[in-house]
Design a protein. Structure first.
Lengths: 322, 299, 323
């Protein structure tokens, strides 16, 4: 395998919660480490509160990490990423209606991106380049779309625009934060196909952040499952989906709605728990309170990652025992 | 440059919009007439407004459209010449206090932390001071208030409400994804504030301008009415002052007092009408789709 | 079989828009049996939520009912006065909205809000209200101590379950749900659906459930209605629609789900966008996006044709049936 373009080492981000004198620290992500190779789609999967969006936003430089290091294209990122890093690692946002300025034309952000990040494109060529980008993500005819206002685009079209904007800066890695979760089902696939196309045709890597295992399986080469700010399992997509090891991954698998299946023997189907908000945590596995396999050890110390295959790892004492 | 061109675009949109919307049209026609009167009072006023040369206390007639005062001045001429001061106060105070509101409100919201705390504290303090008594005290202390002194007093007492509104609005926009998207694209803070943050707030800023203008007109008239303006200048407020001092209503000259009152009301409603209409200009989603673009889309 | 609890006949709802009236619901006829769970699926803008609003008589300008009847338990709701409607609402028909969990008043305890709902519709005394509130909370697996909690003290899933408890307070015959799960995580979604299902079995109310994500209801609803551009295009037993979808739109929807099982194969979704509802053309509304489009599809609108228990609105299917 070639050298990874992104190496994240023990990344943590905490937020102060509560009032002025409160000591509460919300641990949004804790000691998260992973890598992304060139031309690879990695899915970060987790429920709300798992810290997956926090990771994306720290990577995009929207706020600095509390601790940990990020190495991108062999350079250690500082607290504030430079403009060129922002261009090489742009972000696509979740909300198609909130992520585009409603009073500016569709072309605005595209042309700005080209101006900021693409000195090789002369001013006179920017318009043509923007049109080409729009058509690349399936927004045709590009010339006309460029002139529209955001409210004239549907949700799916807006998200395609998001990818066009990300592409404008010639990225090596796109951070896609739940890009399809607010779209209609029939439109999602189209966007997932756009993402695959970017990987296959342009060699771009993507970090696909989602709560939807099935869509992650559809696009991703590798999968990282997060629970309450920590990685609980990671591996090649088929390894994780084919033989999920961590009890949380199994719970997610069993609750993912799939109309093709019969409703029988769903594991953990009566689980009423939800991911906790991790404020000033003690030691122990964070899934322990909901875990069907919980042991005494789980409540007192944090399980480390156990290697199941060269590419498949999980953080669970029960798995370790087996 | 970009900002100017987008401002130009906004103005072009505004003019198109005004032609279509009845409220906006009515408001701008009134305002336009008043501005014309402000600029060229001699086109409209038949006489020197302060010349006491006519029969005092005459009612309606062709030679004196609104009668004369008990000093023998022409009320209509006074009204026309007085327009200038009221309109100027409205525009200047409106503009200056809006600039102050935008600057303070948006700086507070965008910076956050200590800066926000400090600016919000100042805003709140100014907000709770009872304005009118304060103005009376200041102007009374400084004696005969000149035009600019009055502007100064109205601006420093009038910006706080707008600043508070704008701060709240900017706060709610601050974490919108499109601002984050601009930041993630690598834009500078100035760019984000001027191009991405302020334009969506245009309607609120314009509304702020219009309401501070309205506030200024009423406050100025009030001050002049109680005799705290320069009573020797020509304005609607001083007209009211003289009318009141000479008991215009009881000596059978109601027009002397009514005319400036109605004029103030007309200027006020013009500002209010524009205020309603502007909400739609700033928000393209509320704008009707132009027929041209529809045709294009069909083709 | 007993009389259906709800009968919709040729229901039409229009929205006033600057370019003319948009037909958001055009001629929907459905029957809902006593105790039945009917799911209505469709994409945003297909009129499914508008349909629910029309049934609950909650339409407000610019939407208005322009035709059809809503017969609930023998009474045509469209002909009732606002006061009579108020009697039915909540007591006989209750509604759980999409953002219901955010509809709770943050400054009142949840118990107080349940009590308010009781007082507005019954003359129960304090004890009866407390007793019933505790009862419905237990039904949705929330410890009744949370009646004293404020909404922010509960998680999203618990708040949504509390809303369902509120809807069940007065033992309604029909519970209308508008995407109650869409703000929840998958695990919470699943447990909420199971809860609704169990309660329906126990208490025997009917459920009308609207969602854009048909996989959510795939295991719970008895029948499934697929809506497109204001019309029901397919209606049948849930399993049947899932296993053998007939309308090209339903087929497209089924093809739009990546699966967790089996081989990963390229999917295409449905090309194009839903049509404008203003001045819609004479032909089938799905024709511009349909892979099997024929000449007649562009000329006239197909009817909803029932074959056995399965109804489809498609010229192609009709042709197959005729031959």
């Amino acid at each position: 395998m070639s050298e990874p373009i992104l190496k994240v080492q023990s990344l943590s981000r905490q937020f102060r919660v509560g009032g002025f004198r409160s000591r509460g620290q919300l641990h949004a992500t804790d000691e998260v480490s992973f890598e992304v190779a060139p031309g690879e789609i990695v899915a970060l999967v987790g429920e709300s509160g798992s810290g997956k969006s926090t990771i994306a936003r720290v990577l995009a430089g929207l706020y600095p990490p509390t601790s940990g290091s990020i190495v991108f294209e062999n350079k250690v990122l500082g607290r504030k990423p430079t403009r060129s890093v922002r261009g090489r690692m742009p972000m696509v946002f979740q909300d198609p209606f909130g992520s585009i300025n409603p009073v500016l034309r569709v072309g605005h952000s595209l042309l700005r991106s080209l101006k900021l990040h693409r000195p090789d494109v002369a001013k006179s060529e920017r318009f043509a380049e923007a049109v080409a980008l729009l058509e690349k993500v399936g927004l045709t005819p590009g010339v006309e779309v460029l002139e529209r206002y955001p409210h004239e685009l549907s949700g799916g079209q807006r998200q395609r625009l998001g990818f066009a904007q990300a592409l404008a800066s010639r990225p090596s890695l796109i951070l896609a934060d739940e890009p399809v979760s607010m779209l209609d089902v029939s439109i999602r696939i189209g966007l997932l196909n756009v993402m695959k196309g970017l990987r296959d045709n342009d060699g771009v890597s993507l970090l696909y952040i989602t709560h939807d295992l099935a869509s992650a399986r559809y696009v991703a080469d590798r999968m990282i499952v997060l629970y309450a700010g920590r990685i609980v399992e990671e591996g090649l997509t088929e390894e994780v989906i084919g033989s999920p090891q961590h009890p949380y991954t199994r719970l997610l698998m069993s609750t993912a709605p799939d109309p093709r299946l019969k409703l029988t023997d769903y594991e953990g189907a009566d689980d009423l728990g939800e991911p906790p908000k991790v404020i000033n945590p003690g030691p122990g596995c964070r899934f322990a309170p909901r875990c069907p396999l919980v042991m005494a050890q789980c409540r007192t110390s944090t399980p480390a990652m156990v290697e199941l295959s060269p590419t498949h790892r999980a953080a669970c004492y029960a798995v370790e025992k087996k | 440059m970009r900002f100017l061109s987008s401002l130009g675009g906004a103005l072009a949109r505004a003019s198109k919009f005004i032609r279509r919307d009845k409220k906006a049209a009515a408001g701008s026609i009134i305002l336009f007439v008043l501005l014309l009167i402000t600029a060229f009072p001699s086109w409209f006023a038949p006489d020197n407004p302060s010349a006491e040369i006519y029969t005092p206390g005459v009612g309606l007639s062709w030679s004196h459209l609104l009668g004369t005062t008990s000093f023998g001045q022409d009320v209509f001429s006074q009204l026309i010449v007085g327009t200038r001061q009221s309109v100027m106060i409205a525009l200047i105070v409106g503009l200056l206090s809006t600039i102050l509101s935008v600057g303070i409100g948006i700086t507070a919201a965008y910076s956050g932390g200590m800066v926000d705390d400090a600016l919000s504290l100042i805003t709140d303090v100014v907000l709770v001071i009872p304005t009118f008594p304060l103005i009376i005290v200041i102007t009374a202390y400084l004696k005969a208030a000149s035009f600019w002194l009055m502007v100064f007093v109205l601006v420093i007492t009038g910006w706080s409400y707008g600043a508070r509104q704008l701060r709240v609005q900017a706060l709610s926009l601050r974490n919108r994804d499109y601002l984050l998207a601009a930041k993630a694209r690598g834009e500078s803070s100035w760019y984000v504030i001027c191009v991405e943050l302020i334009p969506p707030m245009t309607s609120l800023i314009v509304a702020n301008f219009l309401s501070s203008a309205l506030y200024a007109v009423l406050m100025a008239a009030g001050l002049q009415f109680v005799g705290l303006g320069n009573i020797n200048t020509e304005s609607w407020g001083t007209m009211l002052y003289w009318a009141q001092n000479n008991e215009a209503l009881s000596i059978g000259l109601p027009l002397w007092a009514l005319a400036p009152g109605v004029a103030i009301a007309i200027l006020g409603s013009a500002l209010a009408l524009l205020n309603y209409a502007f909400d739609e200009i700033a928000n393209p989603a509320l704008r009707p789709v132009s027929a041209r673009r529809l045709k294009k889309a069909e083709a | 079989m007993s009389q259906p609890i709800l009968q919709l006949r040729d229901l039409r709802v229009e929205y006033a828009t600057p370019t003319g009236p948009a037909l958001a619901v055009s001629g929907v006829s459905l029957d809902l049996e006593q105790g039945e769970f009917l799911a209505i699926v469709g994409e945003s803008g297909c009129g499914k939520s508008t349909l629910l609003f029309a049934i609950a008589q909650l339409l407000t300008y610019p939407a208005s009912l322009t035709g059809g009847t809503v017969v609930f338990d023998g009474v045509d709701l469209t002909s009732l006065s606002p006061e009579d409607l108020r009697l039915h609402r909540w007591r006989d028909i209750s509604v759980v909205m999409q953002s219901a969990m955010n509809a709770l008043n943050p400054t009142l305890t949840i118990g107080a809000q349940l009590a308010d709902a009781c007082r507005a519709h019954t003359d129960w005394d304090h004890e009866r209200i407390a007793e019933r509130s505790a009862e419905v909370f237990s039904m949705v697996s929330i410890d009744p101590v949370h009646l004293k909690s404020y909404p922010f003290q509960l998680s999203g899933g618990m708040r949504q379950r509390a809303m369902i408890a509120m809807a069940l307070l007065l033992e309604p015959k029909l519970v209308i749900m508008d995407e109650p799960t869409s703000a929840l995580d998958v695990v919470a979604q699943r447990s909420l659906m199971r809860q609704v299902e169990t309660l329906r079995r126990e208490l025997g109310f009917s459920v009308l459930f609207v969602t854009h994500d048909m996989s959510v209801v795939s295991h719970f609803s008895d029948r499934l209605a697929v809506m497109y551009a204001g019309e029901v295009v397919e209606l049948g037993a849930t399993r049947e629609v899932f296993d053998r979808p007939q309308h090209p739109y339903s087929q497209g929807l089924m093809e739009a789900f990546p699966s967790l099982f089996g081989e990963v194969r390229p999917l295409t979704g449905i090309a194009g966008n839903p049509p404008s509802l203003v001045n819609s053309p004479p032909g089938c509304l799905f024709a511009p996006r349909c892979p099997h489009v024929m000449d007649e599809c562009r000329e006239w609108r197909p009817e909803l044709v029932t074959n056995g228990t399965h109804a489809v609105r498609c010229h192609l299917i009709n042709k197959v049936l005729r031959t």
